[in-house]
Design a protein around this ligand. Structure first.
Ligand code: DGY
Length: 321
């Protein structure tokens, strides 16, 4: 029987064509996330499903799919939207899209870092508001990056790409991670390993690149924020819930830290209303991987994963199994 492939959201044509080489493809054509009820109905009888980071893949969804389902191809490197244990129990493979979004996310991290330390969003708002301004020696001063310390939390591919960029900006790099990386990599990046508490105390910029798991949820809470320097900046391009957003808003309001650059939010797409009031919070709407090249590469990689599972050659980037 021809395999049935569900794609939960419009993806680039090149990826759809690839999927069509492996089965009958149904792409949800509405320009919004499917509701759980719509997803459960559409996935019934599918052999493969291509999911987005906002799709909840849990036991209920897998039961709705039924025993035909062989692979869930998540179009994201993060897979905190997926209950991997529920997939394992049913023998369903999960794949993600590592590698192809590394540079785009690292670039955006630096964009946010500069926006925050050099007050770019604030300056742009000032111009647009028509507020009179004039150059003077102390007008809208930010802080430079040269010689400052960047603390990277999570030294996977994206953390490493951020470290490389930091070197080009003349920054010192320290990092913390579940496992220390190989000495060769530390040397190449000039990165010193530190325990989390020390990294928070020493860094001028703390940048988050760890996945969201039970152990990283609210990793940056009130206590962690209170360890940071009052001149320091937090950048988050990982997942919103790695940070306790209420505690962050408090720290920014009370200026116990200097600023935050946020690409991700705890209850996306909702943003804590308090953050919206704060000039020292720079926010963009989950744009880490948002370049046309990267999004196409992500969709194509997800499609290659599906094809590999369905034709028996195996997935390119499996998470489990
Ligand atoms: C990911 O791949 O996890 C990104 O957040 C997608 O933008």
């Amino acid at each position: 029987m021809t395999p049935r492939i569900l794609v939960t959201r419009r993806i680039p044509d090149s990826a759809v064509r690839l999927l069509e080489s492996a089965g009958e493809v149904w792409v949800c054509d509405q320009d919004r996330a499917m509701t759980p009820a719509e997803l459960h109905e559409a996935v019934h009888g599918a052999d493969a499903v291509v999911t987005m980071l906002h799709d909840r893949v849990d036991g209920e969804m897998l039961d709705a799919a039924g025993s035909s389902l062989r692979v869930v191809a998540n179009v994201a490197v993060g897979y905190d939207n997926v209950d991997v244990t529920a997939l394992d129990r049913r023998g369903v493979l999960l794949t993600n899209t590592p590698g192809v979004l590394t540079d785009a996310t690292a670039d955006l991290t630096f964009g946010l870092l500069l926006m925050t330390t050099r007050r770019l969003a604030e300056g742009e708002r000032l111009i647009r508001s028509g507020t009179p301004w004039a150059w003077n020696f102390s007008f809208m001063l930010g802080s430079g990056l040269q010689g400052k310390t960047l603390g990277i939390v999570g030294m996977g591919q994206i953390g490493r790409a951020v470290a490389r960029r930091a070197l080009a900006f003349g920054m010192d790099v320290v990092y913390t991670a579940r496992n220390r990386v190989e000495a060769e990599v530390e040397n190449e990046l000039g990165a010193d390993f530190l325990p989390m508490s020390e990294l928070l105390e020493r860094s001028d910029v703390v940048s988050l690149h760890c996945p969201l798991t039970d152990s990283t949820r609210h990793l940056i809470d009130g206590t962690a924020l209170s360890r940071m320097k009052s001149s320091a900046v937090l950048v988050n391009t990982s997942r919103g819930a790695v940070v306790d957003e209420r505690a962050l808003a408090r720290a920014l309001r009370e200026e116990t830290i200097a600023g935050a650059g946020l690409d991700v939010f705890e209850n996306e797409p909702e943003v804590d209303p308090e953050l919206l009031e704060l000039d020292n919070a720079v926010m963009v709407p989950h744009l880490g991987s948002a370049t046309s090249e990267t999004r196409t590469a992500m969709a194509v990689l997800a499609a290659r994963n599906v094809v590999g599972v369905l034709d028996g050659s195996g997935p390119v980037s499996p998470v489990n199994g």
